[in-house]
Write a protein that binds this ligand. Structure first.
Ligand code: CTP
Ligand code: CA
Length: 225
């Protein structure tokens, strides 16, 4: 019934969107995390829903309201995010906008670590996290038709992003400059470049909501053909 009622160019399509940071526990009161407000990812989820897609938004901890029209799955760690993304398959579209922590804590403690006078600070041992974007891009039979990743870089933006697109096996990369003064982090606006197999499209500086709407329209256009 939901399918019949939804309208728009993405009606009947399922999109998975990851957003926000992931957090990796050190002990019950401490964690390491990536920097992300979740604004861009949440805006993309909302924009896809606006065009009629059924959206599963998988979000790390953020201080944002749930975008309307999306099913929101809340997670903390990268491993939980991967499991949620896998469970949400099949999908036509995947947009990985989350700032996933690259490492998790191997020697995670179930009790709070206590300081002891005269003792050296604890050593946190890190191990690699799964790559959600690469996993979805290589999901064989279950691969979404269009997989979009993000690249937040502080230098050699386009080169690094093109390299990332090939390494991850995704179709598009949205590259954004997060060097000092770019105002991308936590801010309202973004300057991005859309990279596909053909080349690079430079988008003017615009709000994150506008980036989201433009990206959603571009996604819808690929499903019209
Ligand atoms: N990503 C992911 N899972 C990870 C790491 C990254 O899904 N464990 C996704 C992000 O959501 C983003 C893209 O991959 O869409 C690029 O993330 P980024 O951190 O820039 O790439 P990394 O491969 O982790 O490389 P870097 O060493 O630059 O952090
Ligand atoms: Ca990373």
């Amino acid at each position: 019934i939901e399918l019949l009622l939804s309208e728009g160019p993405l009606a009947g399509r399922h999109a998975i969107v990851t957003s926000g940071p992931t957090i990796e526990q050190i002990d019950p009161v401490r964690y390491i995390a990536n920097r992300s407000s979740g604004r861009q990812g949440h805006a993309i989820a909302a924009a896809l829903a606006e065009l009629g897609a059924k959206v599963t938004l998988i979000s790390g901890p953020v201080a944002l309201a749930d975008p309307s029209g999306c099913t929101v799955v809340r997670v903390e760690s990268a491993m939980q995010m991967l499991n949620a993304a896998r469970s949400a398959l099949p999908a036509d579209i995947a947009v990985c906008a989350a700032a996933v922590a690259d490492w998790s804590v191997v020697n995670r403690s179930t009790e709070k670590r206590k300081k002891k006078v005269g003792e050296a600070p604890p050593v946190i041992e890190l191990g690699p996290n799964p790559d959600i974007l690469a996993t979805l891009s290589r999901a064989e039979a279950a691969r979404p038709r269009l997989v979009v990743g993000f690249a937040a870089e502080t230098q050699s933006l386009i080169e690094n992003a093109q390299d990332k697109r090939l390494r991850k096996g995704c179709d598009w990369i949205v590259a954004n400059d997060v060097s000092e003064g770019s105002e991308s982090f936590g801010g309202e606006s973004n300057t991005v470049h859309l990279i596909d197999s053909v080349g690079v499209e430079d988008w003017p500086r615009m709000s994150k909501a506008e980036v989201a709407r433009r990206l959603a329209r571009r996604i819808a256009a690929t499903f019209e053909t």
